[in-house]
Design a protein around this ligand. Sequence first.
Ligand code: AMP
Ligand code: FES
Ligand code: ZN
Length: 313
Amino acid sequence: MKCRVCGKPANINLRSYKTALCEEDFIAFLEKRASTTIGKYHLIDETDKPIVAVSGGKDSLSLWYMMNKLGYVSDGIYIDLGIEGYSGRSLEKIRQMADKLQRKVYIFNVHKALRKGIDSIAKVIRRPACSACGTIKRYIMNRICIDKGYTVLATGHNLDDEASALFGNVLYWKKEYLWKKNVVLEGRGEHLVKKIKPFFLCSEREIAAYAIMKGIDYIYEECPFSSGAKTLTYKGILNHIEESSPGTKIMFVKGYLKMVKEKGDEKEDEKEDNREGRYCLQCGYPTFSDKCSFCWLLDKFGAEYDVEFDQYG
Ligand code: AMP
Ligand code: FES
Ligand code: ZN
């Protein structure tokens, strides 16, 4: 197989695009794809100060690296969930990347704040670890952006994440979520930051290949508490379909985005809209009720209301 661009031996076969590329041209291809997404969906303006939520996995580390390479100079945020072995190793990879990029990373340590790791927290409040983890991540990421003046929060969600979530929402006709997903989720007022997903149209396989080609050292394991059993099943089914009909995944997601646009559904997240109307009496950030779920957690564990985070780099 030869590279479609330069004719040299190809390193990757992209069946969904009916093409094969050498390493150099593949890197250029994926970077173009992300920068086109950023431009087409108006993810980052010239005046913006972006930051990337990094977990230590291939998607977020590649995104952090790529954004800086493309000129979207950005720092990072890491939420250390206090998972033995896993969280520490993830942080190592993030520190390495921070050094390489010469950027700083804000680190929120769940154990330090709540005196417990996420697994113990989940047991006390009798909820799955990932549900407590979602509450903490959403709150802290937004809070760091607002406190430190970042205007855009980028996450490493990829095409496979979005396709499987969409698949699940269609399968169960979860109308309340179905039209809410998008490449961008606008911020609201002064308390909710804009969120973006520049890898929305880049597949997991493509990002893994990019990470390897670029020598990005990432953590291979998934979080041991990740509640992704269903997601993994959906990803498997979609990969199976993709195998026999290459290009299906990207068509599915692109078709969805087109429909969202046609529907003129700009209120991607009504929940967040509602939140704008109410503010937590404790911390002043958007909430559904008098007290936000994060403050509720702090109360439950008798922790301080001051949100503190460390900084590396
Ligand atoms: P996941 O839901 O684990 O697939 O993660 C989706 C995205 O959320 C990642 O690509 C990161 O951008 C972000 N993320 C996940 N976990 C963390 C974490 N512990 N700290 C910071 N960002 C995270
Ligand atoms: Fe949520 Fe691990 S507990 S990602
Ligand atoms: Zn609060």
